[in-house]
Design a protein around this ligand. Structure first.
Ligand code: FAD
Ligand code: EPU
Length: 336
């Protein structure tokens, strides 16, 4: 384990921000984590863990220690179902590909989400009708303060829509080393998300295989979402706001076409992409930042080296949406 100084993070964040880290270390094993935890630097400097950098926005150079998580490995236990453990530095989508190749159902709808396994529980990643919590067994992590190792089950992680204990009580306090998932060899296709069934119908597929589901999800995602390599971004910049029935009914009177998805607690999830589009900001650019022309929930960095101007732009979008609909958009991206 070697601590490096003044390292560029340009290729380590999907916004392509040309920021640097005062100190930088790569951990490749739990032994590395333990060595780091007993070192001076983690006591004296501010620090953060970086996975694939696909959900962070660096406002400026990072004046502390970046811990790059590269712990690799996976374990498979069969006991009725299949419990698969992925180490935190494994690529998320490679882990989905591994599961699909081995005929383990559960995470195929989460195909093609960038990033590492270790970040998946942080915001309870979700897409196409599935969230990590649906297949989650447990997570292993170290608490930096007391250097102890912990394992938390699904209940304790307090998962919600793009939310967990790791974004709240344990924010900035832990290093996740492994995530265990409950997968299954029994087929369980989840196809209810808007557009999936019709896409299979048009392909004349009635009983899609795991591979067909993965391939379709990848196809849909590629058609909607910009590739960060060409158009740097961090996926959805904002969460979809969730509002109560009263507010929804009021909005419906003024905006009869407002789309909404009702959740089990009788709350209404409103697509932020629709709200932004209605304010006229779809495909809108200001300086070297803009919203994507196919999906305005995605903010593109068109050439800034530091994140502040992107934050200013996001705040402008937030204000416009608030003025028109009275809804305050919450950022999904982690601002550093
Ligand atoms: P990073 O961006 O590196 O880190 C995110 C946060 O997690 C940071 O606060 C970091 O400190 C913390 N963290 C990371 N690893 C650890 C660890 N081992 N221990 C402790 N803390 C850690 N997300 C979805 O949910 N659904 C989508 O459909 C989706 N689509 C996307 C599409 C695109 C094109 C892009 C660019 C992003 C998309 N995202 C999506 C967002 C992003 O991919 C996920 O949030 C992903 O889980 C982030 O992983 P990462 O390794 O890049 O995390
Ligand atoms: N819409 C518009 N205009 C647009 C695009 C979409 O009005 O230009 C409206 C439509 O009503 C559409 C609805 O938004 O039905 C939903 O659009 P989409 O299916 O593209 O999904 P989303 O709500 O915009 C969410 C996640 C994505 C995830 C997709 C698929 C959030 C914040 N985002 O986007 O996750 O991939 O669903 O499940 O929940 C991410 O978190 O980074 C991310 C990309």
């Amino acid at each position: 384990m070697r601590i490096l100084n003044n390292i560029s993070l340009k290729n380590l964040n999907t916004f392509g921000l040309d920021v640097s880290a005062k100190y930088f270390v790569t951990v490749e094993s739990e032994e590395d984590v333990l060595e780091l935890l007993s070192s001076e630097i983690i006591r004296n400097e501010k620090w953060m863990v970086l996975g694939g950098g696909s959900n962070v926005l660096f406002r400026k150079d990072y004046n502390g220690l970046i811990i790059k998580n590269d712990i690799k490995g996976r374990t498979v236990e069969k006991n009725g179902g299949v419990k698969v453990g992925f180490s935190a530095g494994e690529d998320w989508d490679e882990s989905v590909a591994f599961s699909v190749e081995n005929n383990y159902w559960g995470i195929e709808n989460l195909s093609w989400i960038p990033g590492k396994v270790g970040a998946a529980p942080i915001q309870n990643i979700g897409a196409y009708g599935v969230e990590l919590k649906d297949v989650f067994h447990s997570v292993e992590f170290y608490n930096v303060e007391n250097r102890e190792k912990y394992t938390l089950g699904a209940e304790e992680c307090q998962f919600g829509y793009r939310d967990s204990i790791f974004k709240n009580k344990l924010r900035g306090k832990i290093i996740i080393t492994k995530v265990h998932l409950n997968l299954s060899e029994i087929p369980n296709p989840i196809l209810e998300y808007n557009g999936i069934i019709s896409a299979f119908e048009s392909k004349k597929i009635t009983e899609p295989t795991l591979t067909e589901i993965r391939n379709l999800i990848i196809e849909i995602r590629k058609s909607k979402l910009p590739d960060p390599y060409f158009l740097p971004n961090a996926g959805s910049f904002f969460k979809n706001p969730v509002i109560g029935q009263e507010q929804y009914i009021e909005l419906l009177e003024e905006f009869p076409k407002i789309p909404a998805f009702v959740n089990d607690k009788n709350r209404y999830k409103i697509p932020a992409a629709w709200l932004i589009e209605q304010t006229g900001l779809k495909g809108f650019k200001k300086g070297k930042v803009g919203t994507h022309q196919n999906q305005p929930l995605v903010i593109l960095n068109l050439g800034y080296k530091k994140g502040q101007r992107i934050i200013d732009f996001a705040n402008y979008v937030t204000r416009e949406v608030k003025n028109k609909f009275g809804i305050k958009l919450e950022k999904e991206v982690n601002i550093v």
